[in-house]
Structures are given as C-alpha cells and as structure tokens.
Design a binder for this molecule. Structure first.
Ligand code: SF4
Length: 232
C-alpha cells in the first residue's frame, strides 16, 4: 500500500544505508513480532518518522485471542518506544484490570506507528494522522493481524475503526457489536481511552468509564462464546 508521502527517493537528503535497510525490511513479509519491531523503526513509508523519536509497534503475545488498536503513539509513547504508556495508556491498563484482563495477555497496538505532533512552546501537541498516513501505515497493521491472528480486534476510536475497516464509521452507531473483519477475526468498535480523559464532568466520566469496562468484559465473553460455539 503506498501513499504520496511514501517514496524515500522524494526526500532532498542523500539516500543512506539505513534507507536501503528499511526498504529491504518493509518490502517483504515478516516472520515474527520481534522482526516487526526492528522494521517499524526503519520504516519510511510516510514522512512521520522524520520528527518522531521512535517507531512504536504493537506489543504483546502473538498469537493472541484479543488485539486492541488505538490511533497513534502520543508524546510518552514516542519517547519510550512502547504503545499506551502515557495517560490514555494508564486508563486502558486500569480498565483492562477492572474487566478482569491482564494486559500482558492481549496484543496492544496503534493504527499509525509514529507520533504526529505540532510543537507548542515546550509541549508537543498530538495531531490526528491523515488518511494517507493511515493508509501508508496499514501495511504494518496487516502484518500484525497476520502474526497475532486475533479472534477479536477492539478498535479504540474512530481512527482505528477506519484503519481496520478501510472506511469511516460513526463510533456511536457501531459501538460494541461484533462485525466480521477478515477470515480469522471480528472487529468490535468502542471509544479511545483518551476520550474518557477529556470528559469534564466527573459523574459522566465515571459512567463512561464503567461503560468502557463493561464493553471489555462483553468482548471477552463474546470470545469465550465464539470459542465454545464457533458456528454462532
Ligand atoms: S507512520 Fe507508519 S508508514 Fe509512516 S513512517 Fe511510521 S511506520 Fe512507516
């Protein structure tokens, strides 16, 4: 999958050995998540790598029954090189615990693997990735889906749903209902944990958090039912 941003030869700087290595790694099918981690850091399929600190691939067991996909790394993720380690990640980890899930047993990733931001003083403000960046990065998501082979993929927010489904959806209209994603997996759409952080009213925030946790519980129950009765 290519975007208009994806050709490293369009850059003004001279081509380096790292570019050749990146092209070699990203132009072929990967055999493990460890290999994917190294390859993402060398990716030049779009221009987001230029200002980011690290490529941030997904983490977790492969295969795994449950995979969670968010939008893109934020400031903390970019600095640490791991997904969902900032404030939204803390909400996600707590919600998984409250739903009875150990985060170590699920594969957690993002639709786009490099941080997109705008400098604002000393801060770096997150910017939503563009359609072409999501498309360029879809190659990695496909590789993760193939290597992890989840029964259920939870799309955290509209960007993840769009990246996985290939078209835009309204989260409130498709929320928490399983839909076929591919031959191996179903998709389940819910909100991104950063949405929960942005709710100003405490009572509403608690209610939305409880709903999110219940959806995670429902997703696990759905996987268990599907495992017991695969035909349903
Ligand atoms: S955001 Fe994705 S496609 Fe763009 S350089 Fe990073 S890994 Fe490659």
């Amino acid at each position: 999958m290519k975007s208009e941003d994806s050709d490293p030869t369009s850059e003004s700087r001279p081509r380096t050995e790292r570019d050749d290595e990146a092209q070699a790694l990203t132009g072929r099918t990967l055999t493990s998540i460890d290999e994917l981690r190294a390859a993402v850091d060398s990716c030049r399929r779009c221009t987001l790598w230029k200002s980011a600190t690290h490529g941030v691939p997904g983490e977790g067991p492969a295969p795994a029954e449950l995979m969670l996909v968010g939008e893109a790394p934020g400031d903390s993720e970019d600095l640490q090189g791991h997904p969902f380690v900032g404030p939204a990640g803390a909400v996600l980890t707590r919600a998984l615990q409250d739903a009875g899930l150990d985060r170590q047993t699920v594969y957690v990733s993002n639709s786009v693997k490099h941080f997109k931001f705008e400098p604002r003083g000393k801060r770096r403000l997150h910017i939503k990735p563009s359609a072409s960046e999501i498309e360029a990065c879809h190659w990695w998501l496909d590789e993760e889906l193939r290597l992890v082979s989840p029964k259920l993929v939870i799309a955290l927010g509209g960007t993840a749903a769009r990246a996985l489904l290939g078209h835009a959806v309204t989260v409130s209209q498709v929320r928490a209902a399983p839909m076929r994603l591919n031959a191996a997996s179903y998709i389940w759409v819910t909100v991104h944990p950063s949405y929960l952080l942005r709710i100003p009213d405490d009572a509403q925030k608690r209610a939305e958090y409880s709903r999110f946790v219940q959806e995670l519980r429902d997703a696990v129950a759905w996987i268990n039912r599907k495992t017991s009765h695969p035909e349903k």
